[in-house]
Design a protein around this ligand. Structure first.
Ligand code: GMT
Length: 381
C-alpha cells in the first residue's frame, strides 16, 4: 500500500509551463491524500483553490540597503529548512534547476546538521538547461545541483539528451513528460464566445505564451498576416511579456491590427482554446511545449517549429505540422493548407485530441509517485 507523504513543491509562480506543471502535480497529489506544501515567492497563478491538503508558504525577500542584489536564493534556502523542519516534509520536489534545485541542495545540507535527511527530486523544465545552462556563469551551479539531487527528471527525451550533452551528469535522468488533466478541457466549441471574436466563416488562430524572445511572437504575427491574406481569419494572442509591444507594433505596420486581439494573461485558457482552429507555436526552443499539449487536449491542430521536444508532442502530418525555426512561409502555408481543407482539419483535430489523451494525468502521475515512494522507503531504511 502506498503511504501518504508530506511533499514540498518549489516552483515559479508566474505565467509559464513549469509553474503550471508543478501546481497541477501538487493539486493531484493532494487529491490523493498527500499533504502538499507549495513554497514560492508568490501564490502560483493556477493555485486558486482551497484544499485541506494544500499549504502555501511565501518566501519573503526583505529589502536591505546593503544588498545591491537581493540574494533570493538564501531566503528560499532558509524557508525550505524552516518548512521541512516544522512541517516534517518527507520529500522536496523542486521545479527548475536554478535557483530552486541549488537552494534545495543547500537546505538539504543544513537539515543534515539537525539530523534530518530529506530527499530532493529535481525536475528540469527546459530553459534552465537550454538557455541558462549554456551560460558559463551558471553552469557549475546547475551541474552541482543536478548531481546532488536524489532523483532527476526531465520533461522530454530531447531535454534529457540536451542535459547529458551539456553537463557531466553522474546519475540517471528519468523522462516524465508533462501532462494535462483531460477532464478540465472542453472539446466542444463555445459558439457564443466564438461569435464575440470572429464571424462564422472566419478561422481562429491562437498563440499563448509569456512573450519572451524564445517564443518568437513576431513570427506568429508574420504567419498570421500571410494566412489572413488567403483565409478570412482572426488571431488571439494570450499572455504578456517583454516582446508584446513589438508584436503589437508589427500588427499595426502590417495593417492587420483589427484582426488581432491581445487578451493578456488569462487564467482559464481552456475556455479560449476550444474556440480555436489552429494553435501557433513558432518557438526558438521548447523543451516540451505544454501549451501545445493543452491546445491539443482542446481538439486544436498545432503549427509549430521542430525544435527541442516539440516533435514528441506535435506529430508532423498528423496532429499538426512542424517547421524549421524561422520558416514563417512554411508555417503559413501549412496553416492555409489545413484551413482550406475542412476534412483534413477535422482529422488533424481528432488526432491531436487522441495524442493528448496519452499525456492524461492518470498515465503520468504514478511515475512521480513511484519516485517519491522509492526515495522515502530508502530514507526509512
Ligand atoms: O516556456 C517558457 O518560457 C516557460 C518555461 C517555464 O519554465 O515555465 O517553460 C518550460 O517548461 C515547460 C514545462 O515543462 C515546457 O512545456 C516548456 O516547453 C519550457 N519552455 C522552453 O523550453 C522554452
Amino acid at each position: 500500500m502506498t503511504k501518504h507523504l508530506k511533499i514540498g513543491i518549489v516552483c515559479y509562480p508566474t505565467y509559464g509551463g513549469s509553474g503550471v506543471v508543478a501546481t497541477e502535480l501538487g493539486i493531484a497529489l493532494a487529491d490523493k491524500g498527500n499533504e502538499v506544501h507549495f513554497i514560492s515567492y508568490d501564490q502560483p497563478f493556477r493555485l486558486d483553490l482551497y484544499s485541506e491538503n494544500i499549504y502555501f508558504h511565501q518566501v519573503n525577500v526583505p529589502d536591505y540597503p546593503l544588498f545591491e542584489y537581493t540574494p533570493y536564493e538564501l531566503n528560499l534556502t532558509s524557508k525550505l529548512v524552516d518548512v521541512a523542519l516544522h512541517e516534517k516534509l518527507n520529500i522536496l520536489h523542486v521545479h527548475y534547476a536554478i535557483p530552486h534545485a541549488s537552494a534545495a541542495v543547500n537546505a538539504k545540507q543544513i537539515l543534515a546538521t539537525y539530523g534530518i535527511h530529506i530527499p530532493i527530486v529535481t525536475t528540469l523544465h527546459g530553459t534552465d538547461i537550454t538557455l541558462l545552462g549554456k551560460d558559463k556563469s551558471f553552469k557549475p551551479v546547475i551541474e552541482y545541483a543536478i548531481n546532488q539531487s536524489d532523483a532527476v527528471t526531465a520533461v522530454s527525451e530531447d531535454l534529457k539528451e540536451e542535459t547529458l550533452l551539456n553537463f557531466k551528469i553522474k546519475g540517471e535522468i528519468k523522462v516524465i513528460p508533462n501532462f494535462i488533466d483531460i477532464s478540465l478541457y472542453k472539446q466542444e466549441c463555445n459558439q457564443l464566445l466564438r461569435d464575440k471574436f470572429a464571424k462564422k466563416e472566419e478561422a481562429i488562430l491562437v498563440h499563448i505564451s509569456n512573450f519572451r524572445k524564445v517564443k518568437r511572437v513576431q513570427d506568429v504575427v508574420k504567419i498570421f498576416e500571410k494566412v489572413n491574406k488567403q483565409v478570412p481569419s482572426k488571431l488571439l494572442m494570450i499572455g504578456d511579456g517583454p516582446e508584446r509591444l513589438k508584436a503589437e507594433q508589427l500588427c499595426r505596420k502590417l495593417g492587420i491590427a483589427k484582426n488581432v486581439r491581445f487578451l493578456g494573461k488569462l487564467k482559464v485558457i481552456e475556455k479560449f482554446l476550444c474556440i480555436a482552429d489552429v494553435f501557433v507555436l513558432p518557438s526558438e526552443t521548447e523543451s516540451f511545449g505544454l501549451v501545445a499539449l493543452e491546445a491539443m487536449a482542446s481538439r486544436v491542430a498545432v503549427i509549430s517549429t521542430n525544435s527541442g521536444g516539440l516533435p514528441e508532442v506535435n506529430i508532423d502530418g498528423k496532429t499538426g505540422y512542424l517547421s524549421d525555426v524561422g520558416d514563417v512561409n512554411k508555417m503559413a502555408n501549412d496553416t492555409i493548407d489545413l484551413l482550406k481543407d475542412a476534412d483534413k482539419l477535422n482529422q488533424f483535430k481528432n488526432n491531436a485530441l487522441a495524442h493528448a489523451k496519452t499525456f492524461d494525468l492518470p498515465n503520468i502521475l504514478p511515475q512521480y509517485e513511484q519516485i517519491y515512494q522509492e526515495l522515502s522507503c530508502e530514507m526509512n531504511k
